[in-house]
Design a protein around this ligand. Structure first.
Ligand code: PXL
Length: 277
């Protein structure tokens, strides 16, 4: 039997709240990929709660990666998410440069986790934004929401209710940063739907995928979307099919979570749907 392709998942491990590695690991595994976590920090729960235990792992990251180099691991993809400081981003940029030296080159998939609903996360400093822009420039795929797109572009946040024309403008500007494929997530162009706009700069091709909006906006929904999209692209799906798969999975999980009284803070109860990916 063929060996599962390896994905280096560089993200934090939050013990509760359905985000980051706690999402990436099950999703990528069920999609037939071997998720190799490189934790950037450990948290008892994500930062959207009033309190959390947080332990930064910046100092461990270079040594941790050096051990992987000794094993001559061949990664099909690198998937980055929550990074807590500019220093961490610089370490990730360095890791990517090293991985790009081997053939075949891994897909560099960057979810530039910086904020949501117009608000930067507490950890998001101007230095982190600048560093994240540098990482986005080196990516094959980036998946910002509207808040993150504006932070990367240094623009004022226009709200989630932007129309298609404004979304097109944003993805083109984001692609001009250097990312080859851009997916702008969480677009509320219509009242009852949430859309994602993909743009392939090399092919000058746009993709628009829309699902019914399920209230409330659940924490970590972006992490679930990005994990499925990353897994689908690494499984050989084209951008349209990958976007549809990711958006539909998030929709099903959100519907289930809302119907079973889940809280926005605790994130998406996606587990019942893993086996249908
Ligand atoms: O879902 C994004 C995310 C990831 N990791 C941590 C977070 C958040 C959002 O709040 O706090 C630690």
């Amino acid at each position: 039997m063929r060996k599962a392709p390896l994905v280096a998942a560089i993200n934090d491990l939050s013990g509760f709240g359905h985000c980051s590695l706690a999402v990436a690991m099950p999703v990528l595994s069920v999609m037939g990929l071997q998720c190799c976590p490189l934790p950037t920090a450990i948290l008892s729960n994500h930062t959207g709660y009033d309190s959390c235990y947080f332990e930064d792992l910046t100092a461990a990251m270079p040594q941790y990666f050096r051990e992987w180099q000794k094993l001559s691991l061949e990664f099909a993809g690198v998937y980055t998410g929550f990074l807590g400081s500019a220093e961490q981003v610089d370490i990730v940029v360095d890791i990517i440069a090293k991985l790009r030296q081997s053939e075949p080159q891994p897909l560099i998939f960057v979810d530039p986790v910086l904020g949501d609903n117009g608000k930067p996360y507490a950890t998001c400093t101007p230095e982190l934004c600048n560093a994240m822009r540098k990482l986005a420039e080196r990516a094959d795929v980036i998946t910002p929401n509207i808040t993150e797109a504006c932070l990367l572009l240094g623009r004022d946040y226009p709200g989630e209710r932007i129309d298609e024309a404004a979304a097109l403008k944003l993805v083109k500007e984001l692609a001009a940063l250097g990312g080859k494929r851009v997916v702008l997530t969480g677009i509320r162009a219509k009242r009852d739907t949430v859309a994602n706009l993909g743009f392939d700069a090399a092919q000058n091709h746009f993709y628009w995928v829309e699902e019914p909006m399920v209230e409330p906006a659940f924490a970590g929904a972006g992490d679930v979307f990005a994990s499925v999209l990353c897994g689908a692209l690494l499984s050989g799906r084209d951008m349209q099919a990958a976007l549809e798969q990711a958006a539909f999975f998030v929709y099903l999980a959100a519907k289930n979570t809302a119907e079973t009284g889940g809280s926005a803070q605790d994130g998406l109860n996606f587990e019942p749907y893993l086996k249908m990916i």
